[in-house]
Design a protein around this ligand. Structure first.
Ligand code: SAM
Length: 264
């Protein structure tokens, strides 16, 4: 692998997230930014853990209840167990997963993401969500996913960094258009209905990481043209919750999301 420029003097969202989830792949610029953000938004670490559990439930639902065997996960983050492939390959070992992130620290750890069971396949693409054509035409993707069969696209905790609605629609349309009926889209993103989430978005923005909190209507609009499955767009701990999420306080959850199916 070519040398990777980590740019450690500047905070990165993947490393702030890693730090707040208790990981070790972060630098003092990330930890300082995280401390300031948490001061303004104390429930953020809990909200991140709740979001991570939502990713697990959404991925398991798509593999188990919808029978999807191909996954395109964009904004993967630094490996954090369980990673999406571990969830879906536990349901169906033949599951094939393409991971995408644009942060060099994730690239450094990509090998940990590529640990597939022999029946399945996993690959990693170093690319930007905004360049959908580069993702869809990458050899790693076309060699791993069969785009004539359903694919679940998961964009978990990344759309808050796409602050323009038209750009968000363009990205989602470009991702979903080539996929066949039965494909799915899973989203979580920062909610505007929690004052601490609004503060967190402002604090990220102030540190050079533009971020946006969305209303429920704005999150629903990201799914336009697709069929939202029950319970629709909710705070993430309320989306098909496990026992673990039963006692989570709404006021501590800064993310909303949902899962939708392409029917036409
Ligand atoms: C908050 S983390 C979420 C990680 C994981 N999806 C989860 O929910 O646990 C956001 C991730 O999105 C990545 N990211 C942000 N903007 C991106 C972009 N434009 N293209 C690709 N990845 C991006 C960051 O590098 C980071 O790893």
């Amino acid at each position: 692998m070519a040398a990777v420029e980590l740019n450690v003097d500047v905070p990165h969202s993947a490393r702030i997230y890693d730090y707040l989830l208790g990981g070790k792949d972060n630098y003092s610029a990330d930890r300082n930014a995280a401390a300031a953000i948490v001061k303004a938004s104390p429930s953020l670490p809990e909200s991140m853990r709740v979001n991570r559990r939502y990713m697990v439930r959404a991925a398991r639902y798509l593999a188990k209840e919808r029978g999807i065997r191909q996954f395109l996960d964009i904004g993967t983050g630094i490996p954090t167990s369980p990673n999406l492939h571990e969830v879906v390959q536990q349901v169906a070992p033949q599951s094939r997963v393409v991971y995408v992130d644009n942060d060099p620290i994730v690239l450094v750890h990509a090998r940990a993401l590529l640990n597939t069971v022999p029946e399945g396949a996993i690959t990693y693409i170093d690319a930007d969500l905004r360049d959908v054509q580069a993702i869809l035409s990458a050899d790693e993707l076309t060699g791993t996913l069969d785009l004539t069969q359903p694919v679940a696209v998961s964009v978990i905790a990344i759309f808050q960094f796409i602050v323009n609605e038209d750009e968000a629609y363009r990205i989602i349309d470009a991702l979903m258009a080539p996929l066949p009926a039965g494909s799915a889209l899973a989203i979580s993103t920062v909610t505007a209905h929690n004052p601490q989430a609004l503060s967190a978005a402002q604090e990220y923005t102030a540190r050079g990481i533009p971020a946006k909190a969305r209303t429920n209507e704005e999150v629903q609009a990201l799914f336009r043209g697709l069929d939202l499955v029950e319970p629709g767009v909710t705070l993430v701990h309320r989306w098909r919750p496990d026992d673990e999420d039963a006692d989570v306080d709404d006021a501590h959850v800064q993310m909303s999301g949902g899962v939708a199916i392409k029917t036409g």
